[in-house]
Design a protein around this ligand. Structure first.
Ligand SMILES: [Zn+2]
Length: 106
């Protein structure tokens, strides 16, 4: 139990008291109203960067990786000996891009 100032008469009253013993005002009710009137902390959330330059660059990296995978698959269909290597490289670059984009979001 702690003492609060009555919003009406400014005298010290218990925070558990529903009615101020000095001015008979419903203290608890007034307190809740004041709390509701205060601006919420919701507005504190930082504005989201819709398109941060770092995220955009990582998207390009992902695109290059994906493109390499497609080229690798095409080469694999064409029975090229380097197809596996190209697909592997494409996967690595793509995953790197994904990881970079994920890390740049924080
Ligand atoms: Zn009072």
């Amino acid at each position: 139990m702690s003492m609060i100032a009555c919003p009406e008469c400014a005298k010290e009253i218990s925070d558990k008291a529903a009615v101020c013993p000095h001015c008979k005002k419903p203290a608890a009710k007034m307190q809740n109203a004041a709390a509701n009137a205060s601006p919420s902390i919701k507005t504190m959330t930082p504005a989201e960067d819709v398109t941060s330059p770092a995220g955009k660059e990582w998207k390009i990296v992902q695109l290059i990786g994906g493109l390499l995978m497609v080229i690798g698959v095409v080469a694999w269909i064409g029975n090229s000996s380097d197809a596996g290597m190209v697909i592997f490289l494409g996967c690595l670059i793509y995953l790197g891009g994904r990881l970079g984009a994920w890390r740049s979001q924080d």
